[in-house]
Design a protein around this ligand. Structure first.
Ligand SMILES: Cc1cc2nc3c(=O)[nH]c(=O)nc-3n(C[C@H](O)[C@H](O)[C@H](O)COP(=O)(O)OP(=O)(O)OC[C@H]3O[C@@H](n4cnc5c(N)ncnc54)[C@H](O)[C@@H]3O)c2cc1C
Length: 384
C-alpha cells in the first residue's frame, strides 16, 4: 500500500478495464479498484453489445471508429473471440419527417468521414427481409458498425491488463480522497489507502458520488433502461434496427441478431426512469414485443429467455465527460458514457492515455471539445 502507482482507476467497467489495459501496455503502473467481485459487473454486463460510429458529433465518431478498429481486430491481435460481427446499423424511416431528419444527419455524418448511405425500401428489405414495408421510406445503413459480447470483451481485456502488469482490487469500495495543495495524495477505500500520480474516475452510474468525494460535482445521473434476449435462431437479420419513432411509454427501441443467433433488444422509456433500482419490470416485455412485432412481424413466435434492467450514466447533453480537472491537477474523469460506454471504451482508453501524458493527437482538440468537463451542457447529441 506504500507503492506509488502511475494511475489509480476507480471502477473496473466498460471504461476502466480498457483504460487499465492501455496504460499497463504503455508500461505504466496501474491499480484498478472496484466494489464488485470481478470486472464488468456494473453496467458493462447490462449492455446489449451494440457498437457504432453512427453518432451526430465528429469527436464521438472518431473515438468510435477507433474502437471499431480495435474490436474488429481483437481476435487476430489477442487470440480471444469476443463475438465481433460486422452486421452494421440501420435507422429505417416511416415518415417524411424522420426521413428528412436522418438524411440531414447522414450528410453531416458523411462530411465527418462516416461510411453511411441511404437505402431505398427494396434495397433495405434485401438486408432485413422481415421488415414491414408499409409506409417504409428507406433507411440509413452504416455497414462498418457491428456488435460484440461485452462479457467476453471485458473479460479478455482484463486478462490482457493483468498480463501487462495492471493490478486489480475487487470487493473494495473507494470512500474518499486525501487532498493537499490541489492534488489527490491518496485514495481511501474500505480496506486501505493507496497512492498514485494520477487518479481516474470511471465509476459509471456512481461517478457523481465519486467525484463529489473530491469536492467536484459533475452532472452524471443513472437513467434506467431495460433489455432482453431471445433464444438463438437461424440467421435471418442483417443490420441492427433502430426505430426512432415514439411509442406509448417509450421513445426509440433497437434490436439485432447476435453472432450465436439470439435477438437482443433494448428500449428507451418515456418519461425517463431515474435511479439505480435494477429490478426488471413486467411492463417492459409486452411494450417492446408489441413494437418489435409491428416493425418485423416474423418475430411473433420468437421466445424470449430473459430481460434485465440497468442504467445509462447520463449527462444532460448526451456527451461523455472526459478530461483533467482544473481544481485538482491529478484528477481525471472518463464518465457519463450514456448508452455508449461499451462501444466507446477502447477509443476512450487511448484518448485518456494521451490526455494524462499530454501527448495529444491532431484530432484531439476536436474530439475533446464536446467532452469538456467545463462545457455548459446545453447542446444535444442527437443519437445519445
Ligand atoms: C440495458 C442497457 C443496454 C445497453 N446497451 C449498450 C450497447 O449496446 N452499447 C454500448 O456501448 N453501451 C450500452 N449500454 C451502456 C453501457 O452499459 C454503459 O455506458 C457503460 O457500461 C458505462 O461504462 P462505465 O465504465 O462508465 O461504467 P460501468 O461499466 O458501470 O463501471 C463502473 C464501475 O465502477 C464501480 N464503482 C462505482 N463506484 C465505486 C466506488 N466508490 N468504489 C469502487 N468501485 C466503484 C462499479 O462497481 C462498476 O463496476 C447499455 C446499458 C444498458 C443499461
Amino acid at each position: 500500500m506504500n507503492r506509488l502507482y502511475d494511475l489509480i482507476v476507480i471502477g473496473a467497467g466498460s471504461i476502466g478495464v480498457p483504460v487499465a489495459t492501455e496504460f499497463a501496455k504503455q508500461g505504466q503502473s496501474v491499480l484498478v479498484i472496484d466494489s464488485l467481485s470481478s470486472p464488468g459487473q456494473g453496467q458493462d454486463k447490462k449492455a446489449i453489445g451494440g457498437i457504432r460510429a453512427t453518432h451526430s458529433d465528429k469527436g464521438k465518431i472518431l473515438v468510435s471508429q477507433r474502437s471499431i478498429e480495435i474490436f474488429s481486430h481483437w481476435k487476430e491481435m489477442y487470440g480471444d473471440d469476443i463475438q465481433w460481427i460486422s452486421n452494421g446499423y440501420s435507422f429505417p424511416a416511416y415518415s417524411r419527417k424522420d426521413e428528412n431528419l436522418l438524411r440531414d444527419l447522414m450528410n453531416i455524418q458523411q462530411s465527418f468521414g462516416l461510411n453511411i448511405k441511404w437505402l431505398a425500401p427494396e434495397e433495405y428489405r434485401e438486408l432485413n427481409p422481415g421488415i414491414t414495408m408499409e409506409g417504409l421510406r428507406g433507411s440509413t445503413y452504416s455497414p462498418d458498425d457491428g456488435s460484440a459480447s461485452p462479457l467476453l470483451f471485458t473479460q479478455s481485456c482484463y486478462f490482457k491488463a493483468v498480463g501487462y502488469g495492471a493490478e486489480f482490487r475487487f470487493n473494495e469500495t473507494v470512500l474518499g480522497f486525501h487532498i493537499e495543495a490541489n492534488k489527490i495524495t491518496s485514495v481511501r477505500t474500505d480496506k486501505g489507502v493507496y497512492h498514485s500520480a494520477h487518479v481516474l474516475n470511471t465509476a459509471g452510474s456512481f461517478a457523481r458520488e465519486v467525484s463529489q468525494m473530491a469536492g467536484i460535482d459533475i452532472p452524471v445521473n443513472p437513467d434506467s433502461h431495460e433489455a432482453g434476449i431471445s433464444e438463438p435462431v437461424k440467421p435471418f437479420m442483417g443490420p441492427m434496427v433502430v426505430d426512432i419513432r415514439k411509442g406509448r411509454g417509450s421513445k426509440n427501441f433497437y434490436f439485432y441478431q447476435a453472432s450465436e443467433g439470439q435477438v437482443v433488444f433494448c428500449m428507451t422509456p418515456d418519461p425517463p426512469v431515474w435511479g439505480v433500482e435494477s429490478g426488471a419490470t413486467s411492463r417492459f416485455l409486452p411494450m417492446v414485443a408489441r413494437r418489435m412485432i409491428k416493425i418485423m412481424p416474423m418475430l411473433t413466435n420468437l421466445k424470449v429467455r430473459r430481460t434485465w434492467r440497468g442504467q445509462y450514466p447520463m449527462t444532460p447533453d448526451g456527451f461523455p465527460i472526459v478530461g483533467k480537472m482544473k481544481e485538482l491537477e491529478n484528477f481525471c474523469q472518463a464518465v457519463g458514457m450514456c448508452g455508449q460506454g461499451f462501444m466507446l471504451g477502447p477509443g476512450i482508453a487511448e484518448l485518456m492515455y494521451r490526455i494524462v501524458t499530454e501527448n495529444y493527437g491532431p484530432d484531439d482538440p476536436e474530439i475533446l471539445k464536446n467532452f469538456d468537463p467545463y462545457r455548459d451542457f446545453k447542446g444535444q447529441e442527437i443519437f445519445k
